[in-house]
Write a protein that binds this ligand. Structure first.
Ligand code: DO4
Ligand code: MG
Length: 288
C-alpha cells in the first residue's frame, strides 16, 4: 500500500491511499485524516488505512502531493556505499582517512539532516546554498520509522549537499547539509509489506537542464554496505524519537567532480516500489 499526504484546490490537507491514477482519502468519523503519522504510527497501518478509506476516487492529477512528513526529525547516514567513500576521499585530501575509516568502522556516520520545515515535497523547489559553488543531489532510499523505531515504510530522499563546503573541512558538514529546502522527501510512503526485496530495488537519478538530460545514473540497493537494522540500531542509541523519524540511508550515486547543479535544473529520483520524486533547483539568498 502507498500512502500520501496531499492538498486539494480548496487548501484541504488530507491523507490518502494512492493507486495509480487515483487517490482515496482517509476519513475518520466523517473528518479527513490530516496527519500521515496517525496512520504510520498505528500498530497495523495497512488495516487502519483500509478501514478509513473512502469509496470515492479522486484523480491524482487533481491534487498536489506534499512531503509525507508531519513532526518527524529527518536523519541521514553517510558513506554507506563505496561510491560515496571514493568521491569524498577525492573531494577532501586532508580528511580522506575519515571517510575511509567510517566506511569500514562498526559505527556508521549518522547526522541530523532536517526539521520538517526544511523539507520539500514533490515538485517543490530544492535549494543550493548561495555561498556554495559545487552542489549535488544525493538520491537515497529512505526509511520511515515509528516512535518505537520500527521500520514501517520507505520513501525517496534527496540529501542535497554542498561538496565544496564539506570538502573544505569535514567540520563544516552541518552547513554543507542543513539549510532551508535542503531535503526532498516523497512522493509517498510505501508500507514495508509492499516494498520489493532489496535485490529488486534500483535507485535512479536523472538531472535535466533546459529539458536536456545532463546526468543519469542508477545503483542497486544491494550495494548498501550496512543493513537497515544496523543503521536503525545506531540511530536509536541513547536517543528517543517521540514523533518518529526518517532515515536517509546514504547515496550510491555521485556525479563526477566536474559536475555541479545549476538553478532551474530538474532533478528526478526514481526508486521502484515507491515512484519518482522531481524537484526544481533554486539558488538565491533568503532574507532573514
Ligand atoms: O560524509 C558526509 C556525508 C555522506 C553522505 O551524505 C552520503 O554518503 O550519502
Ligand atoms: Mg547523503
Amino acid at each position: 500500500m502507498k500512502l500520501i499526504k496531499a492538498i486539494d484546490h480548496h487548501g484541504n490537507i488530507f491523507v490518502a491511499i494512492w493507486e495509480d491514477e487515483n487517490v482515496f482519502a482517509l476519513k475518520n468519523q466523517g473528518k479527513w485524516v490530516a496527519r500521515l503519522s496517525d496512520v504510520l504510527h498505528h500498530s497495523q497501518p495497512e488495516a487502519f488505512a483500509t478501514s478509513l478509506r473512502s469509496q470515492d476516487a479522486i484523480r491524482a492529477e487533481d491534487v498536489s502531493f506534499l512531503a509525507p512528513i508531519d513532526q518527524q526529525e529527518v536523519w541521514a547516514a553517510g558513506v554507506t556505499y563505496k561510491r560515496s567513500q571514493t568521491a569524498r576521499m577525492e573531494e577532501s585530501e586532508t580528511a580522506a582517512s575519515c571517510y575511509d575509516r567510517v566506511y569500514q568502522s562498526p559505527r556508521p556516520e549518522l547526522f541530523f539532516k532536517a526539521s520538517p520545515h526544511r523539507v520539500s515535497g514533490p515538485n517543490e523547489p530544492l535549494r543550493i546554498r548561495y555561498d556554495a559553488d559545487w552542489n549535488v543531489p544525493e538520491p537515497e532510499l529512505t526509511l520511515v520509522l515509528n516512535p518505537q523505531l520500527e521500520l514501517v515504510g520507505f520513501t525517496i530522499g534527496n540529501d542535497m549537499s554542498s561538496r565544496d563546503i564539506e570538502g573544505d573541512n569535514p567540520l563544516y558538514l552541518p552547513q554543507a547539509k542543513v539549510y532551508d529546502q535542503c531535503c526532498g522527501l516523497g512522493p509517498c510512503v510505501t508500507l514495508a509489506s509492499a516494498m520489493p526485496t532489496l535485490a529488486e530495488i534500483e535507485i535512479s537519478l536523472s538531472i535535466k537542464r533546459q529539458d536536456v538530460e545532463v546526468f543519469a545514473d542508477s545503483v542497486s540497493a544491494t550495494q548498501l554496505a550496512r543493513s537497515f537494522d544496523e543503521l536503525i540500531g545506531w540511530l536509536g542509541r541513547d536517543q528517543t524519537f517521540p514523533s518518529g523519524a526518517f532515515l536517509l540511508t546514504g547515496t550510491g550515486i555521485v556525479p563526477d567532480s566536474s559536475f555541479t547543479l545549476q538553478p532551474d535544473d530538474q532533478v528526478t529520483i526514481s526508486i521502484n516500489g515507491i515512484g519518482s520524486l522531481t524537484n526544481r533547483i533554486v539558488q538565491f539568498p533568503i532574507e532573514s
